[in-house]
Design a protein around this ligand. Sequence first.
Ligand code: SIN
Length: 304
Amino acid sequence: MSRRLATEIAGLKLANPTMLAAGILGLTGSSLRSVVEAGAGAVVTKSLGLKPREGYPNPTVVQVDCGLLNAMGLPNPGVRHFGEEIKEVKETGVPVIVSIYAFSSEEFAKAAEVAVGVGADALELNVSCPHVEETGAEIGSDPELVTKVVRKVKNKVDKPVFVKLTPNVANIVEVAKAAVEAGADAITAINTVRAMAIEIETTRPLLANKIGGLSGPAIKPIAVRCVYEIYREVDVPVIGCGGITDWRDAVEFMLAGASAVQIGTAIAFKGLGVFKSVTRGIDAYVGKKGFGSVKDIVGLAQNF
Ligand code: SIN
């Protein structure tokens, strides 16, 4: 792996600026380990809560023309039961970021404490799931609630705290600033875009939950715009997420201001080889442009 690719996000050392996005392959130690073996610089788990949760009935994921539509309903075994899984992937030495969700700021703080107790190297607060009631975007659309959640979590744990934002708001920068002022160490932008699809023969919505979140290439320009707008206003790293499918997408996010990128949906379409092809492509681009480090390209598009 080229030394040009090494980077650091909120104190976490990454061999390259790619991460597994929350939600895909993040529910077992062995699947997380396979992502590390495929070349990811860090991994983010599926969102975990304080209590086990079954999630919605099927269908929970459908393919649409331009990506995936999902509404899983945050199924997970509970963060307490995740210690063994984390241990398995931590043996690789690659940072493990535990995504957590909760229904109140107190519960977020408790889940954060448990996550750190079972080995999280950092936390990613899911205040952006677009369809589960009383959590996710219902919290992440309100800067005051975001402030409360981040403060409570930061008071409880001493690991880096990332906050994953929803694009389903009028002003994402306002929410990012609230998170950073409350102590967030990095911002992840973005979670899925609230969306739906209807099967015209049966006349039924395709997802059991009817409404879900859209990911994949369709949302990339929205995500790039969010990263670009947030980067200018905050002084913590921004992690880009949304439709990254090849190295050109990753470079585009970095030029907008992302210090690292998360890959999720592309794994479903291209397999785990996407991590190697993205990192090789970023490395070649950085070298071709005459830079010594991937950090040198972050935010270059802001100069125009
Ligand atoms: C889900 O579990 O339904 C997705 C979670 C999310 O979009 O944050």
